[in-house]
Design a protein around this ligand. Structure first.
Ligand SMILES: [Zn+2]
Length: 561
């Protein structure tokens, strides 16, 4: 043996001994009582004093993914919390009213009863708006007397007030249906934008805070505003795309003095909504005592901008940059007041771009819906085919974004059967139609559970089906078929059962929490049970369609009772 090799063996000997000991480890442990490291039960965090529930109207998971790296304001704070990039508005009718109805009730539209923004009422012989009291003779679907009467499920705020009447339940949005569906039945203040200012339910007084906000907004609108500048990261989407005889893609929201008409299609309506929320916090002393309050804020401009200019132009890029700042201002105002709050942010539905730009951007099959598939087109064809006509009217109603089709009132049973059969046959062979369902078949199906991305089309439709309000026939268009004839205020929409309309981010944040990213799919019906658990509100099983999500990445479990 060379002396060098001998030296190596000597050096290795203690290591070999150590390895043997390690291998023998378990038998040593058997001889001695195991002493696991001290595992103190993680203590439950004190209840937050305020739930801040934020909805961004039409904020798809796709938009969130596209822009999240650029956020520096309120979104950036939320990104340090629990981030679920794949939340699902699991149902098929991805419209504003159904979507907002799931956010704080924890149940699908099949239980909230809010199956679409409007539905046809055969007894009244007219459309009824989801947030309308149609019993009031002054109410119409277009100019409704706003009401919560159609919401069949309690909201989190309702349950909090039931448990303790001192809890405050407050909501504000530019849209009445958003504020109504997030707050529910037992409310302390509910405000929405109506033409020239924030207003509330008939018979309630517009408070001092709302009057002050309206005066401030008047001043802002009367002054007008220069065009907004686009951040450098908007460069890629900053190009004009023709739609019929106008273009989208480069608008920067300049405001003429006194222009109330387009104000709510600009980021400024979101800033006003955020300011109004802060005024309500002060007026009602939200988050000040140890009874938790809930403040719902639904920001509508993303939806108005999406409808008018699509999702892939400089308009949406500017809108999201401005909204990021607005959210930052709202959070900073709560911080300044020393309020301990838990925030959640999600959306009522996603969205898709205008088909003309989708075609340019690598989605060649995107197209506008065939006018033959509108209520007018279908009625005309069915009447011609069956010989069944209605004086001064159509044999069918609906066929809008939600896909519900209602037969008109006054048809005999035989006529109803004939119209339905003709309708089913016509829709089944249309190249833009993916599937057609009847109310009778849907009513026999169970409401689906489990991972929402795996649901069949029929299951998605079932989750927004309510026998009292849904159509007799439901038509689902193929992926990338966009309803509506475009005009400069309206170039695209949502409402389909496809994931671009169903997938929305779900973000939770509270000061001091351990954040994480979880791409496993979750549902917007999980939000209510999750927040209920955070504030220690126990409800009987079966209350929710969703489940509690543990939103703290540390060993603390926010679902543990
Ligand atoms: Zn919406």
């Amino acid at each position: 043996m060379s002396s060098a090799l001998h030296a190596l063996r000597v050096a290795l000997a203690p290591l070999a001994c150590a390895l043997m000991l390690a291998t023998a480890g378990p038998s040593i442990a058997q001889d001695q009582p195991a002493t696991p490291p001290p595992a103190a039960e993680p203590s439950r965090a004190p209840k937050p004093r305020l739930i801040l529930a934020i909805s961004i109207d039409q904020f798809s998971a796709d938009l969130f993914a596209q822009y999240r790296e650029h956020f520096t304001g309120g979104f950036a704070r939320l990104l340090t919390g629990a981030v679920y990039p794949q939340g699902f508005q699991s149902h098929a009718a991805t419209e504003t009213c159904p979507g907002h109805s799931t956010l704080l009730t924890g149940v699908h539209p099949s239980r909230t009863g809010i199956i679409a923004n409007t539905w046809y009422d055969p007894k009244l012989g007219r459309d009824v708006y989801c947030a309308e009291d149609e019993r009031n003779p002054g109410s119409t679907a277009k100019e409704p007397v706003v009401s919560n009467r159609h919401l069949k499920a309690p909201t989190l705020g309702d349950l909090m007030k039931q448990a303790n009447p001192a809890a405050m339940n407050v909501a504000v949005s530019a849209k009445d249906r958003a504020a109504v569906m997030m707050s529910g039945h037992q409310t302390d203040a509910v405000y929405w934008w109506l033409g020239k200012g924030f207003t509330t339910y008939e018979g309630r007084t517009v408070s001092r805070a709302a009057l002050a906000q309206n005066a401030a907004t008047d001043k802002l609108i009367d002054a007008g505003a220069p065009a907004l500048s686009a951040p450098q990261w908007c460069e890629k989407v900053d190009r004009a795309v023709p739609i019929k005889d106008f273009t989208i893609g480069t608008y920067r929201f300049p405001q003429k003095a006194g222009d109330y008409k387009t104000f709510n299609r600009t980021p400024r309506i979101d800033a006003a909504t955020g300011d109004m929320a802060v005024r309500l916090v002060d007026e009602l002393a939200l988050g000040k005592d140890d009874v938790t309050d809930v403040l719902s804020v639904s920001f509508s401009a993303t939806d108005y901008v999406g409808h008018a200019y699509g999702t892939e132009g400089v308009e949406m890029c500017i809108q999201l940059a401005q909204l990021d700042a607005t959210l930052g201002t709202l959070f900073a105002a709560l911080d300044q007041r020393g309020i301990d709050y838990v925030a959640v942010l999600s959306a009522d539905h996603g969205g898709i771009d205008a088909p003309e730009r989708l075609q340019l951007n690598g989605f060649p099959s995107a197209q506008r819906i065939d006018p033959a598939l509108t209520a007018e087109g279908l009625s005309k064809a069915i009447s011609q085919e069956t010989g069944i006509t209605v004086p001064n009217g159509q044999v069918i109603h609906g066929a809008g974004a939600s896909g519900d089709i209602w037969l008109t009132s006054g048809l005999t049973v035989k006529q109803q059967k004939k119209v339905t059969q003709a309708l089913l046959a016509r829709l089944a062979k249309h190249p833009q139609i993916a599937a057609v369902y009847t109310a009778a078949a849907l009513a026999k199906m169970p409401v689906p559970h489990g991972t929402p991305q795996d649901w069949t089309m029929e299951q998605r439709v079932r989750a927004s089906f309510d026998p009292e309000h849904s159509g007799q026939v439901l038509m689902m268009t193929k992926r990338g078929v966009v309803p509506g004839d475009p005009n400069p205020a309206y170039t695209t929409t949502h409402g389909s059962p496809w994931d671009y309309d169903r997938r929305v981010p779900m973000l939770f944040w509270r000061k001091g929490m351990t954040g994480f990213e979880q791409p496993d799919p979750v549902e917007t019906v999980d939000i209510a049970p999750t927040l209920a658990s955070v504030i220690g509100l126990a409800e009987p099983s079966g209350t929710w369609d969703g489940r509690c999500l543990d939103i703290d990445g540390s060993r603390a479990d926010t679902c543990r009772r």
